[in-house]
Design a binder for this molecule. Structure first.
Ligand code: ZN
Length: 241
């Protein structure tokens, strides 16, 4: 899952024409960078498939440790400098299928908050399962390195309990709330071949956002003029856009 920093009030919103769905040069450049870092393109069929369970006895094998290392390396490399020159991680979660590894493994920043003022602990979980989720749900903004220009408002449980294995092969149960609960649900969906736009029921809440517009998106999300219909999302997933 990717994050965008909320825009500052004084920033001038840069919005492109609402009927512009063609990818801009900035969109194409961003997509190329992501592929260069090891991400699959959004039209890769593996992103729509259910990932395989890892045999718990094999978690500590060199083969699985190499997959885990690669996932952590790609997740940790998604950094961008902010205005003060401080490095900020743009990625708050990543699932193994996104880098072409068909295993049930995810990485989650377990410290990050929605305002991104706190971040910085990437943890890896193998065969994660949600064993309890709150009845209370809330809508929140999501984007994804495997969804290109599609962003949206997704309804998710506000808290959950997850059972998983850690990279040293131990089974753990963890409780997540708020933004981290959202990331965990988003990443586990990837393991089931689902991406967040698939979860959005109303087209009005699925948006097409160009790279240049990202700083303006958070403050305009409730009245974003360029929606992404399910048909358009399906076409994008198939590489037809
Ligand atoms: Zn994602």
């Amino acid at each position: 899952m990717s994050a965008v920093k909320p825009a500052r009030r004084q920033s001038t919103p840069k919005l492109l024409p609402p009927d512009l769905y063609d990818l801009t040069e900035a969109d194409k450049e961003r997509a190329l960078q992501e592929v260069g870092l090891g991400m699959l393109a959004p039209d890769s069929p593996i992103l729509n498939q259910r990932a395989k369970e890892v045999d718990p006895a094999a978690i500590t094998s060199p083969k699985m440790q190499a997959v885990i290392d690669r996932l952590l390396t790609v997740a940790g490399s998604q950094q961008k400098r902010d205005k003060s020159g401080k490095k900020k991680r743009m990625l708050v979660g990543l699932a193994a299928p996104q880098i072409g590894e068909p295993w049930r493994i995810v990485v989650v920043d377990t410290r990050v908050t929605a305002d991104r003022k706190r971040a910085g602990r990437l943890e890896c979980f193998i065969n994660p399962e949600i064993i309890w989720r709150s009845r209370e749900t809330e809508e929140g903004r999501e984007g994804c390195f495997s969804a290109g220009p599609v962003w949206g408002l997704v309804r998710r449980a506000v808290a959950l309990k997850m059972r998983a294995f850690t990279p040293d092969g131990k089974q753990v149960e963890r409780i997540f709330e708020g933004f981290t609960a959202r990331i965990v649900q988003h990443e586990i969906d990837h393991l089931d071949g689902l991406r967040f736009p698939d979860r959005i029921k109303s087209d009005k809440k699925r948006h097409w956002v160009h790279t240049e517009e990202l700083p303006s998106y958070p403050e305009n999300i409730r009245r974003w003029p360029r929606i992404c219909t399910r048909e358009r999302w399906d076409a994008f997933k198939q590489g037809k856009i």
